[in-house]
Ligand binder design. Sequence first.
Ligand SMILES: NC(=O)c1ccc[n+]([C@@H]2O[C@H](COP(=O)([O-])OP(=O)(O)OC[C@H]3O[C@@H](n4cnc5c(N)ncnc54)[C@H](O)[C@@H]3O)[C@@H](O)[C@H]2O)c1
Length: 260
Amino acid sequence: MKLNGKVAVVTGGAMGNGLGIVKVFLKYGADVIIIDYSDKLQDTLNLFKNYNVIGYKADIRDKEKIKDIVMDIINKKGKIDILVNNAGIAKLQSFVDMSDDIRDKHFDININGTWNITQLVVPYMIERKYGKIINLSSVTGPMVADTGEVAYATTKAALLGFTKSLAIELVRDNINVNAIMPGYIMTPMVEGIANDSDPKNPQSVIEGIAKGIPMGRLGTIEELGELTAFLASDESSYITGQGIVIDGGSTLPETKSVGI
Ligand SMILES: NC(=O)c1ccc[n+]([C@@H]2O[C@H](COP(=O)([O-])OP(=O)(O)OC[C@H]3O[C@@H](n4cnc5c(N)ncnc54)[C@H](O)[C@@H]3O)[C@@H](O)[C@H]2O)c1
């Protein structure tokens, strides 16, 4: 029960990685608050109705609403120990064809949304000299990339700079700021990408991705949740400003032609 008594806010917790994080956090005794704009939020809350979990249906781009939500959480729970900036989008499109709208959506959600909620939560962490902030970056951007990922990769690389810079600024306030850099985790986002690239046979895309990963499979949301719980716990107290890769070895091969 390494998160017993901790109050954790998870953005984008209605499905995918966020759902895995919520599940594992509840297993370790955390009090969880989900912020998500999806209609699926209610189903997720129903799934965990016997646990300490509440939800707010909101878009992290809506700064005023997020401000009210953070105030409401502080009034109800008295503190926020953990903030997981997980909400994010990925829409693949070639660079020359990419509309400003698609680019701006990535920047507004993946960077500015994360920035805004963090700026609203951090003063309450500084006040208590305690906090754990975990940002969902990716291997895409900081380490690798495929065609169509310029907007997404740019935002995920930016989150690594955000993580490091914020970590040093908050280091004397006993606030740890780290990033998680997943390879492929099986989520609705990845299903969407598979569907867009081969609408007739998305499963073949998933199988193709799995073949390219040394472990031969995509990661699970629970595996991602366990790493997040470790970074959210006091067991990782001496780690800050880091990007931790969780990718089944996908960024490991030195060449593509030998080995597996
Ligand atoms: N799945 C992967 O392979 C993978 C790999 C690397 C990084 N990531 C990162 O993990 C995070 C979660 O990805 P996922 O695969 O679970 O995605 P997903 O699309 O399956 O789920 C994302 C969740 O975030 C919510 N969300 C998105 N934008 C929001 C907004 N503006 N306001 C509120 N909620 C919002 C969605 O409603 C959804 O519940 C993202 O930041 C993503 O970049 C995922």
